[in-house]
Design a protein around this ligand. Sequence first.
Ligand SMILES: C[S@@+](CC[C@H](N)C(=O)[O-])C[C@H]1O[C@@H](n2cnc3c(N)ncnc32)[C@H](O)[C@@H]1O
Length: 194
Amino acid sequence: MDTVVQKVIDNVVAAAERHDATKADRLDRWRVLEPDAGRFLWFLTQAVGARSIIEVGTSRGVSTLWLADAARGTGGHVLSIDLDTAAQQDARRNVVEAGLADRVTFRVEDGGSALAGLPDGSVDLLFLDAERTEYPSWWPHPARVLRVGGVLVADNALSHPAEIAPLRDLIEQDGRLTTTTIGVGKGELLALRR
Ligand SMILES: C[S@@+](CC[C@H](N)C(=O)[O-])C[C@H]1O[C@@H](n2cnc3c(N)ncnc32)[C@H](O)[C@@H]1O
């Protein structure tokens, strides 16, 4: 892990803690990824050798930074999608400060429509960290876009199991995918495309 990137991540996580503590409404909070879940994403990206990396839910770019640093090791690239233009501007500043601008493309778009526009089997690693209740309406694109050997990761599998359950059901009904749940951060639901 690059020390400059790690310092930027630490600073954004600390700023997010201060910011989120002042916001009563969940949707006003930045809700950035926990450090252990970020480290797990970094590890997984490198283990998969992921080059085509998609994330839905940029916020201030904490998960983007973990993924982009790992992408430097795989020769990969991150497409980060969010509906919030201002949040992505902050994330872009953080990615530039970390020296990772060449590894990330930001796009303001709905996650479902962005996934619907991607070719079959074109994604090595897909990270879903947006509104969990919307994921089922995006089906089958989260599975369709994965290459064989590609991995889908959905955050909040343990913090909000009821909200993740419909996605888990769709994944488990799809004979091409195998799931597991990892107890880092708020819990990561993983699906491997076989
Ligand atoms: C939990 S935050 C993402 C945190 C980020 N991954 C990080 O580690 O810093 C959720 C983000 O999802 C975005 N979002 C919500 N619904 C979305 C949708 N339908 N498409 C794309 N982004 C969406 C929100 O604007 C918000 O910035």
